[in-house]
Design a protein around this ligand. Structure first.
Ligand SMILES: Cc1cc2nc3c(=O)[nH]c(=O)nc-3n(C[C@H](O)[C@H](O)[C@H](O)COP(=O)(O)OP(=O)(O)OC[C@H]3O[C@@H](n4cnc5c(N)ncnc54)[C@H](O)[C@@H]3O)c2cc1C
Length: 326
């Protein structure tokens, strides 16, 4: 049965988040040949970004532009998105399982009075159903879920569903919708960033993570250098955050960010279950630890028993050399 599916795209610091394109690929499976409509909210002109969604597979895009949407607020965005949902009457909705996705989708699901499958890592069409796979028990098991009645609503974990190829020859309308957003009880006056610019941790393909083994704030420097040569992001265990070696925004794990990069290099991290909950589904895991008995080696594809302050700079130098010779 073909369905019209709405894809809620996400703009961050003037750029579309990659998970928006992955959500279009998920929508393709959900739609079974039906129309895919992208939605974008923000305070600037969103036409060019709307076109980008079309290049990645959306049939058309609706934008909602308002000063009230300059920064994300659950009230502002849910008003804008509900206006589009009321207009479009989709049979499916999909969005990234990001901080914004986690916040706004339950609110929308409750307003529409529908269920929500959150944090899906895979999606397949079986002929009868759209089946979503999602991790449970901190990533130790997976469950398969279907929605048997009504609108299919899901969020997808970044970096798991492959985006379609960008195709500039695709065309589709990008239309602006006026929405009168009112009565916002929360106003964001200023955003103070704690981490430096760079690759977004939750969407990074390569993550170099440091634990208590880095021993100090300066101990993160070799990890930052390795991340730079690999075009990756730096993450951390809670041990490193608690010891004030880095900011909590870098924390990966059960109470931090859940990441699934292509390559995760854990440096001086013991591999506590709460840390594994945030990274064990990474495609390739490399562990560097002085202790050969460290639990992190049980989930690692490659293990290096050694001092991270010897190993990490050597890796950085090797990779630099490979890049020079390539
Ligand atoms: C409710 C709850 C939620 C939690 N949530 C999270 C979470 O989201 N994320 C998280 O990470 N933790 C979380 N924790 C904490 C977790 O249990 C661990 O305490 C924490 O992950 C340990 O961090 P660590 O591996 O950096 O430190 P440690 O366990 O102290 O390990 C340090 C490791 O570094 C190695 N090492 C030391 N020096 C070197 C060196 N020079 N070279 C190489 N290796 C070296 C040591 O051999 C050791 O294995 C949570 C705990 C609780 C109770």
């Amino acid at each position: 049965m073909s369905r019209k599916v709405l894809v809620i795209g996400e703009v961050r610091e003037g750029a579309l988040r990659n998970v928006s394109f992955e959500a279009i690929a998920a929508a393709k499976t959900m739609s079974d040949g039906g129309e895919i409509v992208g939605v974008l909210c923000g305070s600037d002109d969103l036409t060019e970004m709307g076109k980008e969604l079309v290049y990645y597979g959306a049939d058309r895009v609706v934008t909602v532009q308002s000063d009230q949407l300059k920064s994300y607020t659950s009230e502002g965005y849910s008003q804008a998105l509900m206006a589009v949902i009321d207009d479009e009457k989709p049979e499916g909705i999909v969005m990234g399982h990001t901080a914004i996705g986690k916040d706004v989708t339950p609110k929308l699901a409750s307003k529409i009075e529908t269920g929500l499958i959150s944090d899906a890592v895979d999606i397949e069409e079986t002929g009868e159903n759209i089946v979503f796979t999602r991790p449970i028990y901190s990533g130790k098991a997976f469950e398969k879920k279907i929605i048997t009645d009504g609108l299919i609503f899901a969020t997808i974990r970044p970096n798991n569903i492959k985006a379609l190829d960008r195709d500039e020859s695709r065309s589709g309308e990008v239309t602006a919708k006026e929405v009168d957003i009112k009565d916002l009880r929360t106003v964001i006056k200023d955003i103070i960033r704690k981490t430096s610019e760079g690759v977004d941790l939750s969407e990074a393909n390569v993550i170099i993570a440091g634990g208590r083994g880095v021993k100090s704030e300066d101990g993160f420097k070799p990890l930052e250098e390795l991340a730079e040569v690999l075009g990756g992001a730096v993450g951390a265990s809670r041990g490193a955050c608690d010891a004030e070696y880095c900011d909590y925004s870098l924390q990966i794990g059960q109470t931090g960010k859940v990441v699934t990069p292509d390559l995760y290099i854990a440096c001086g991290i013991s591999g506590a279950i709460q840390h594994l909950a945030g990274m064990s589904n990474s495609k390739v895991i490399v562990a560097i630890n002085k202790d050969p008995e460290a639990n992190i080696f049980n989930v690692a594809d490659y293990g290096i028993v050694g001092d991270l302050f010897d190993v990490v700079p050597k890796l950085t130098e090797e990779i630099k050399q490979i890049k020079v010779n390539a």
